[in-house]
Design a protein around this ligand. Structure first.
Ligand code: ATP
Ligand code: MG
Length: 560
């Protein structure tokens, strides 16, 4: 029991206490995405955290689109966000909401503030407002419009709504304290004029609420109890509380939500910010928001990640109060571990060189048994064709090997996985000295790759029979950008890794892989986990991309 208490994260501890003290009788959380891009791995953390808390406390989870800025928002994003959240395994049931549906209530809340003398229409320009705001060291200056009468403010605000004024000519500001040490409290703008069509509201509005005013009201209207957000909003919390407190008498909210901040999830060597991802998409560096090199949820799905692997990753990350980066290898560990037993293990040669078994009968094809996953018998077994001519991996042969190279070289005997022992006898080269054919002899007594007489071979290599091989394209990925080295170069261009996409056009695969359908995932022995790319594959013509390599630099911490 004690361990249970100790291992509760700080958010759970706050909630436990709130429930114990009767501040709230239940728990209601939300995920409030702005539909201005696709969700990424950082959002997955927030989604699973909020959803997990609602489930843990038997509460409610709302998905609410924070669609208060029509300039950047699109229906495509509203749809992709729902698709991705559903894929993550989150069920918001009937609790799908749109902030724009509360525009009328927000407007009424703003009028209520005006009537209380807590908000005023200000005619300063955006630049002047910035100048008047002061700095961290110096207090701000009051706007000359700060002491307009309630009547004048109401009249002007109503005329703002009616569309009488141009964009940027006036704003509505909260009347709080220009000398506050917290700059967010120095009469923040809460409504602006923007003659823009809204993707859901059409032209119903030409004034739009600012995030810091809209967000708390959205939470309060929905009866959210714990409004969990990221650290950059910590300094905004006093304004969050102010907006709810000052409008509560008029709005009769079902709850007074409590804002709790946690640290954003950052990954090493990867850009997670929507802004950066958007630029990579817009510049055509990637083939869309779901490019397998990105860490959007759509990209992770296309890359071959599973919802389970992402859930596990988020759990391993935990919830922290201080910003830090999580090693990208930890994410890779989670998918590797998830696929280890699930994925069939097949043979695929990515960089082929021909191997000819001189003493094997011409024209013969025999079928050898191979387990589909030796660690998971439930996946069964299959027959793999074997023939005189095979392909092996170019790097599995060396003419002049260094010490401790146990794979194929002249005179050395190795095991062809599930097949036979073969000994290299000769090689052919082209005019440039590249090896074109490797010759060998096989020991028919070693069928199945078993030693016939107790003699040992140190190397086991994979292969594909040439006559039955299926030729396909395989793609290898590396990180697009090393964020730690800086997203931008000095000249303002993005610091891209030129090797982030490697296309291997002529790979030879076991024939069974020709049937792979979008998202089907395999282990290609010794080469990593691969899946059929959902965007590039066609029926009977799959294109494979590497989900993750087999080697890991990440070790699971004790206790997991
Ligand atoms: P980005 O920082 O990538 O531009 P955003 O914060 O602008 O994303 P929103 O749609 O406004 O994107 O965010 C929805 C929710 O997701 C917010 O509550 C935000 O705090 C949370 N969130 C965004 N990025 C992360 C992250 N890296 N880790 C955890 N939560 C995040
Ligand atoms: Mg945002």
């Amino acid at each position: 029991m004690e361990k249970e208490v100790v291992s509760r994260n700080f958010i759970e501890q706050y909630i436990d206490q709130d429930l114990k003290e009767g501040v709230y009788t239940g728990v209601c959380t939300r995920f409030p995405p702005e539909p201005n891009g696709y969700l990424h791995i950082g959002h997955a953390k927030s989604i699973l955290l909020n959803y997990g808390l609602a489930k843990e406390y038997g509460g409610q989870f709302n998905l609410r689109f924070d669609d208060t800025n029509p300039a950047k928002e699109e229906t495509e994003f509203v749809e992709s966000i729902q698709r991705d959240i559903e894929w993550l395994g989150v069920d918001w049931k009937e609790h799908l909401y749109f902030a724009s549906d509360y525009f009328e209530q927000m407007y009424q809340a703003a009028e209520a503030l005006i009537k209380k003398g807590k908000a005023y229409v200000c005619d300063l320009s955006a630049e002047e407002i910035r100048e008047y705001r002061g700095t961290l060291k110096e207090p701000g200056k009051e706007s000359p419009y700060r002491n307009r009468s309630v009547e004048e403010n109401l009249d002007l605000f109503r005329r703002m709504r009616a569309g009488e004024f141009e964009d940027g000519s006036r704003v509505l500001r909260a009347k709080i304290d220009m000398a506050s040490p917290n700059i967010n409290m120095r009469d923040p703008v809460i409504y602006r004029i923007a003659h823009l069509s809204h993707q859901r509201q059409g032209d119903a509005w030409c004034i739009y609420p600012m995030y810091d005013f809209a967000h708390p009201i959205e939470d309060a209207i929905e009866g959210i109890t714990h409004s969990i957000c990221t650290l950059e909003f910590e300094d905004h919390r006093p304004l969050y509380d102010w907006s709810i407190r000052e409008t509560a008498d008029d709005m009769h909210y079902p709850s007074t939500p409590r804002q709790i901040e946690f640290a954003k999830l950052y990954l090493t060597n990867v850009v997670t910010g929507k802004r950066y991802i958007k630029k990579l998409v817009a510049d055509g560096v990637v083939d869309g928001w779901d490019d397998p090199r990105l860490v959007t949820i759509a990209a992770l799905k296309r890359r071959g990640y599973t919802p389970e692997s992402i859930q596990r990753f988020v759990e391993l990350c935990g919830v922290a109060k201080a910003n830090s980066s999580v090693d990208y290898a930890q994410l890779e560990f989670c998918i590797r571990d998830d696929l280890k037993l699930k994925a069939p293990r097949m043979m695929a040669v990515l960089d082929p060189v021909k191997l000819v078994i001189d003493n094997y009968p011409d024209g013969q094809v025999e079928y050898l048994d191979a387990p589909n996953n030796k660690d998971n018998e439930a996946l069964g077994s299959r027959k793999i064709p074997f023939a005189k001519e095979l392909y092996i991996e170019r790097e599995d042969f060396m003419e002049n090997p260094p010490r401790k190279y146990f794979r194929m070289y002249p005179g050395n005997e190795v095991r062809l996985m599930y097949a036979y022992f073969v000994k290299c006898t000769d090689i052919e080269k082209d005019a440039d000295g590249n090896v074109t054919v490797i010759h060998c002899t096989y020991d028919p007594a070693s069928r199945g790759g078993e030693s016939p007489d107790g003699r040992k071979v140190k190397g086991t290599i994979h292969w594909v029979a040439a006559p039955t091989a299926f030729e396909a394209e395989c793609r290898l990925y590396e990180n697009l950008i090393d964020e730690e080295k800086g997203v931008y170069n000095e000249d303002g261009s993005m610091n891209l890794n030129p090797d982030s996409l490697k296309i291997m056009e002529h790979c030879y695969l076991e024939p069974a892989l020709a049937d792979a359908k979008a998202y089907d995932t395999y282990q290609f022995v010794r080469n990593g986990f691969f899946n059929a790319d959902a965007k590039l594959s066609e029926p009977g013509r799959p294109v494979f991309g590497r989900v993750v390599s087999l080697k890991s630099s990440f070790k699971l911490p004790k206790g997991n």
